[in-house]
Design a protein around this ligand. Structure first.
Ligand code: F6P
Length: 344
C-alpha cells in the first residue's frame, strides 16, 4: 500500500508539468498471437493501479474508426491470462490506410476523452501508429505481439515462445508417422518474412534441413544434403521450411522437385498454418505480456510517445516505433551452425 501511494505521488507530481493522461485505450491489431490477452489484462490492471480509466477497442484500427469501444476495469479481465487469441478481436484495417479513416479514428479518441493509446501487434500495427502519431500527435505506445518475432528492439515478441512450442509439438507428431513409413516430410511453418520459428523449431525438433528467408541454401545444396543423409543411414527426414523462404519454389513444388531428383525418397508435405497462432500462452509469454503491459502504461503516464516496449537482455526497454519497424532483428547464425552439426 505504501509502495503504491509513493509511486502515485511521484507520477502525479510529474504530471503537473505535462498533459495529464486520465484515460488510456488498448487494442490488438494484425495477426493475433498467444499472450495478447495477458497483455490486455496487464494494461487494464496497470491503469487501475494508477487510478486511470481504461477502454478496450475492438478489432484494432477498424474498431477505432467505427468507435467500437468498451470500458474495461480490473475485473473485466479476470480469467483471460491463460487464453489464446484476443478478447478484443483483431483485424487488418484497409480504411486506416486512408487519411479519412485516420481522421475518423482521431475524432473517436477525442470525443471519448482518450489521452493515450496502447497498440498490441506487429510491424503493420506499428506502421499505422507512427503515421497516426505524425498526423495527430496522439500519444501511442506499442507492445510487440506477433508469432513471427520479426520486430527490432525486443528479443521476444508476444506469442513467439508459445508458437515455437506448438510447432515443435506438431513436428514431433509428424516425425512419428515419417519414421513409420520411412518418408521425407517438408513441414511449412509460419513466418512471412522471417525464419525465427523455422530455425528454432527446426533445431528443437531435430530437422534435417531448415530453409529460411535469411539464408539461401539453394536447391543443389538441399539435394546434396538429403543424399548425404540417406547415405548416412537415415530412413526418414524432416525439412522445415519457413513460409517466406526464398529458395524459389513453394513447399509443394519443392517436394515434387526432390521426388523427381531423388527417387529414393517418398515425400510428403505438411503445412502447419494458423494452428501455430492459437492455444494457451506459455508461462514465458504470460510473464512477458504482464511486464510489457506495465511498461507501456508507465511510459504513457510519463508523457512518452511513439515508443515500443520490448525485452532487451531480459530487461524491459523502449525503442522508437520507427526503429522497431525499420531495424533488422537478425537471426542467430550460431543456430544454423548447430543445426548443421546435429545433422551429421
Ligand atoms: O504475422 C503473423 C502471421 O502469422 C504470419 O506468419 C503469416 O504469414 C500471417 O500472419 C498470416 O496472416 P493472415 O492470418 O492474415 O492470413
Amino acid at each position: 500500500m505504501f509502495f503504491q501511494k509513493t509511486i502515485l505521488l511521484i507520477r502525479n507530481f510529474t504530471q503537473v508539468f505535462m498533459r495529464e493522461i486520465k484515460k488510456i485505450a488498448v487494442m490488438t491489431s494484425g495477426g493475433d498471437s498467444p499472450g495478447m490477452n495477458a497483455a490486455i489484462r496487464s494494461v487494464v490492471r496497470t491503469c487501475a493501479f494508477y487510478k486511470k480509466e481504461c477502454v478496450g477497442i475492438y478489432r484494432g484500427y477498424q474498431g477505432l474508426i467505427e468507435g467500437d469501444f468498451i470500458p474495461l476495469t480490473a475485473r473485466s479481465v479476470n480469467n483471460i491470462i491463460n487464453k489464446g487469441g484476443t478478447i478484443l478481436k483483431s483485424a487488418r484495417s484497409k480504411e486506416f490506410r486512408t487519411v479519412e479513416g485516420r481522421k475518423k479514428a482521431y475524432q473517436n479518441l477525442t470525443e471519448n476523452n482518450i489521452d493515450g493509446l496502447v497498440v498490441i501487434g506487429g510491424d503493420g500495427t506499428f506502421t499505422g501508429g507512427v503515421v497516426f502519431n505524425e498526423e495527430f500527435n496522439f500519444p501511442i505506445i506499442g507492445i510487440p505481439g506477433t508469432i513471427d518475432n520479426d520486430i527490432y528492439g525486443t528479443s521476444h515478441t508476444l506469442g513467439y515462445d508459445t508458437a515455437l512450442n506448438t510447432t515443435v509439438e506438431a513436428i514431433d507428431k509428424i516425425r512419428d508417422t515419417a519414421s513409420s513409413h520411412n518418408r521425407l516430410f517438408f513441414v511449412e511453418v509460419m513466418g512471412r518474412d522471417a525464419g525465427f520459428i523455422a530455425l528454432n523449431a527446426g533445431v528443437g525438433a531435430g530437422a534435417e534441413e531448415i530453409l529460411i528467408p535469411e539464408e539461401d541454401l539453394g536447391l543443389d545444396r538441399l539435394l546434396e544434403s538429403l543424399k548425404k543423409s540417406k547415405k548416412a543411414g537415415k530412413s526418414s527426414s524432416i525439412v522445415v521450411v519457413a513460409e517466406g523462404d526464398k529458395i524459389g519454389k513453394n513447399v509443394f513444388e519443392l517436394a515434387d522437385y526432390v521426388e523427381e531428383n531423388l527417387p529414393e525418397y517418398e515425400v510428403r508435405v505438411s503445412v502447419l498454418g494458423h494452428m501455430q497462432r492459437g492455444g494457451s500462452p506459455s508461462c514465458f509469454d504470460r510473464v512477458l505480456a504482464s511486464r510489457l503491459g506495465v511498461g507501456a502504461v508507465e511510459l504513457l503516464l510519463d508523457g512518452k510517445t511513439n515508443l515500443m516496449v520490448g525485452l532487451v537482455n531480459n530487461e524491459v526497454k523502449s525503442t522508437s516505433l520507427e526503429k522497431a519497424i525499420k531495424g533488422q532483428h537478425t537471426i542467430n547464425n550460431e543456430l544454423l551452425r548447430v543445426s548443421d552439426i546435429m545433422t551429421i
